[in-house]
Design a protein around this ligand. Sequence first.
Ligand code: ADP
Ligand code: MG
Length: 331
Amino acid sequence: ETAINRIAAGEVVERPASAVKELVENAVDAGATRISIDIADGGKTLIRVTDDGCGIAADDLPLALARHATSKIDGSDLLNIHTFGFRGEALPSLGAVGRLTITSRVPGGEAAQIRVAGGRMEPVKPAALRAGTVVELRDLFFATPARLKFMRTDRAEAQAITDTVKRLAMAEPAITFTLRDVSGGGEGRVVFRADRENGDLFDALHARLGRVLGRDFADNALRIDANRDGIRLYGYAALPTYSRGAAVAQYLFVNGRPVRDKMLTGALRAAYFDFLSRDRHPAAALFIDCDPTLVDVNVHPAKSEVRFRDPGIPRGLIVSALRHALAEAGH
Ligand code: ADP
Ligand code: MG
């Protein structure tokens, strides 16, 4: 079982940033309004995610560490099981390749803690915590030395974590995010902070994008809001005159999850085709929401790929909505 977990872990957790992604997504799923991420040494020695979400009951802590024991699939999801392909893998995987401590408290319950290191679980014990959940992952890959070799410098891993947190923060403007580097011990240094944004969907998103991508992006972004065949596309796309030079600023989300997808970035290029030069890329943060049965977002747990049942629909929607917005803005 431990060996299986270690093999599976390699699929889910490739590097510290993928562990951060899984833990922050869990905090989002738990309904958190504040999520704090502390890291040390590029996340190699410490990743700690603290949230004020619903918590995990003491009796459920061992379950949360059992493979496929997700609470997020109920009977009605069984038909769409492919949508949840890698559900219930993250915590067991992290517990197999690092030293994992989960401390949690549900409203009205007592705080409790469980530890698992290299796949060996200790009994649940009482703990002190006011509310929510603290997941602490130390010494990632200590149990799988082969994986240790693949990690890059602390600086590169810390940068990947920052990028990951920023992407997740874009998708959740109502949540306050704080990323701290505590490598030196003590309070540490705030690397990124975004306070909860107020307002409707577009106002909050616009404010959050200004916070993450800079005022310059927000001030030069066109609002996108379109529907077709049960798929909604919304977000902001920069005017062609806005340029980040050679830097690519393309952020795509499907059903709230960050994705990297050639078909979608290709659609973005197609929409801007008339305005592109060699050193200019379209900049945009776009959200595609659709029925989960129309898309598989769990093709591979760590790769953020997506597979649409009919890729022509999102592609056509992106091209037409962006061209329309650009034309309206006089381009
Ligand atoms: P999944 O997220 O796919 O269900 P995970 O291994 O990531 O699988 O988490 C296992 C379970 O542990 C979740 O289904 C959830 O019930 C619980 N859990 C994990 N993290 C948190 C959290 N931060 N707050 C509340 N519950 C959590
Ligand atoms: Mg999860």
